[in-house]
Design a protein around this ligand. Structure first.
Ligand code: MN
Length: 129
């Protein structure tokens, strides 16, 4: 059994080519086999967000701090805050990010392989909805 306190997790800058604004990753559980469960903390600074993307096996998001949005390609927008849980089905294109005036931290639970990035950023217009 491996034991880690969340305060000891080493957070690193997320790759800038797939995000707008300052985003940090805190790996909570990184599997040897990319098909297995991956548990990643994601810290969004105010206004920061992912690019458009999907997850081959789907994604569960659990918000632990602050607040933000999850937005689907059809424009459906959910405002999320600490304690909220979101499930994105396999292949459903979406983005997530913090509100303009607060940060957001969420756990991302994914499986069955890496995020599939769409070749487009979330524009300011899309962000503002
Ligand atoms: Mn996602």
């Amino acid at each position: 059994m491996d034991f880690t306190n969340s305060g000891d997790i080493e957070w690193e800058e997320a790759p800038a080519d797939h995000f707008t604004g300052a985003v940090r990753f805190g790996p909570h559980y990184s599997p040897q086999d990319p098909d297995d469960l991956n548990v990643l903390g994601v810290h969004f600074s105010p206004g920061a967000r992912t690019d458009w993307h999907s997850h081959p096996g789907g994604q569960v998001i659990y918000v632990t701090e602050g607040g933000g949005f999850v937005v689907k390609e059809d424009g459906e927008r959910a405002e999320i805050t600490a304690g909220d849980v979101v499930h994105a089905p396999p292949g459903e294109v979406h983005w997530h990010g913090a509100r303009a005036n607060t940060h957001m931290v969420h756990l991302s639970l994914t499986w069955r392989g890496a995020t599939v990035w769409e070749p487009r950023k979330v524009t300011d217009e899309e962000y503002e909805g």
